[in-house]
Design a protein around this ligand. Structure first.
Ligand code: ATP
Ligand code: ATP
Ligand code: MG
Ligand code: MG
Lengths: 227, 227
């Protein structure tokens, strides 16, 4: 389903070149649950942004669902992002002037979903992350873990085929974090493909495979449970 | 050293009142290492902002080093914040147009430290969090865990008497996270007062006492190790 072949991402900073990703081969099957681990700065978020079509590789090839991503137009890429992929950002990326509910409604608004239905689906999504009582707070009126959960609700509200979650439990206590992971388990059971970046071994082991990065490369892959 | 008596923090949102903190009594001794735990939304960051003189209570009294905080002028409060307290924010609060190094230099610039000395101290602080090689990147050219470490370096560069760190290892892998905690241990050994908010029991147990919040109140206090 998701396939990287020789994918690199380089940044130029003045004279220096930063190799955030350096020749990565990996694949994620349809319906698989994979976690990604590695030291801070090893390229995990960069990899997730490429998987989510939010950025393009400097070198190499990314094939998503049989389509080479480089061949897609800007519009087609936006279409893939908004209908197939739910992305939970490491730093949440909520719109500061919108309430939690409006932030969660946004992807549905892009899809032209009517207002009453959007509102209902957004409130349901917030309820699933135990945030219904904060639906009309703005991001600066929310705690760190509450913002993180709004970001999760927003990613899930379009019912995407692929969920890409960049450290989704980093700001959550263990009870609320477990609720989120159980939610991911239930989604996975319905056939959703899930990729989670995490710094916690315990969280990583909820997946079927763990891909470990180091210095922009795949260091090794572990099978946690067979398919 | 740090004493709350009956401290509350309420927010008004339209008709509703949110009690982020609700009648909190607590104390932290000079030179003590305390951690704060509790569910997402239980009031930890609110408590830290009050401890750090970044905000004022709605009710109750905060005495810092024998001084009632309500009696201090805006200037005097700013003085306390910039000289006595190093604050690591849960969402980092870096200035986006400054490099990591300039972000770390900022508190020293406020204190009138000359440019060459500021630069040297900032680079040393970045080195202590293993970030010397990213000193001239801007925040959007850094990973999540790298931004977190810039925030830590900035808090420590003024050599404060009190370090308030709101989830300082949330975005870090275990190796880098342990380095940060060992740095805090070394500071504590020199007499620095340390308060760390964390969602990890393991991180919390590095402290001498754990204060547990629930729904804006102190639920209980555990002694981890005697003074
Ligand atoms: N400006 C505000 N207006 C209204 N409510 C607020 C405001 N700021 C915070 N809150 C609410 O106060 C409560 C406590 O917030 P706080 O940030 O202290 O929680 P926390 O314990 O740090 O949580 P987390 O672990 O998720 O970071 C939250 O439920 C939040 O929604
Ligand atoms: N725009 C940029 N310009 C230069 N370097 C960059 C840029 N963006 C990221 N980097 C560098 O690329 C490396 C990989 O970044 P990335 O965000 O993928 O790391 P990460 O594995 O997600 O780390 P963390 O666990 O800390 O979130 C980092 O060392 C970072 O400094
Ligand atoms: Mg990252
Ligand atoms: Mg908080």
């Amino acid at each position: 389903l998701l396939e990287f072949r020789g994918v690199s991402k380089h940044y130029r900073l003045g004279e220096a070149q930063v190799r955030a990703l350096d020749g990565v081969d990996l694949h994620v099957e349809l319906g698989e649950y994979v976690s990604i681990m590695g030291p801070s700065g090893s390229g995990k978020s960069t990899l997730m942004h490429l998987l989510g079509c939010l950025d393009t590789p400097t070198e190499g090839n990314y094939r998503l669902d049989g389509v080479d991503i480089e061949t897609l137009s800007g519009d087609a890429l936006a279409e893939v992002r908004s209908t197939k992929i739910g992305f939970v950002f490491q730093s949440f990326n909520l719109l500061p002037r919108l309430t939690a509910c409006s932030n969660v409604e946004l992807p549905l608004a892009y899809q032209g979903v009517p207002r009453t239905e959007r509102r209902a689906r957004a409130l349901t999504a917030l309820e699933r992350v135990s945030l219904a009582k904060r639906a009309f707070h703005r991001p600066n009126e929310l705690s760190g873990g509450e913002r993180q959960r709004v970001a999760i609700a927003r990613a899930l509200v379009v019912e995407p085929a692929i969920v890409l979650a960049d450290e989704p439990t980093g700001n959550l206590d263990s009870r609320v974090g477990d609720d989120i992971l159980e939610l991911f388990d239930r989604l996975h059971a319905t056939g959703v493909t899930i990729v989670v970046v995490t710094h916690s071994e315990e969280v990583a082991r909820r997946a079927q495979r763990i891909i470990r990065l180091r210095d922009g490369r795949v260091e090794r892959v572990e099978v946690v449970r067979p398919r």
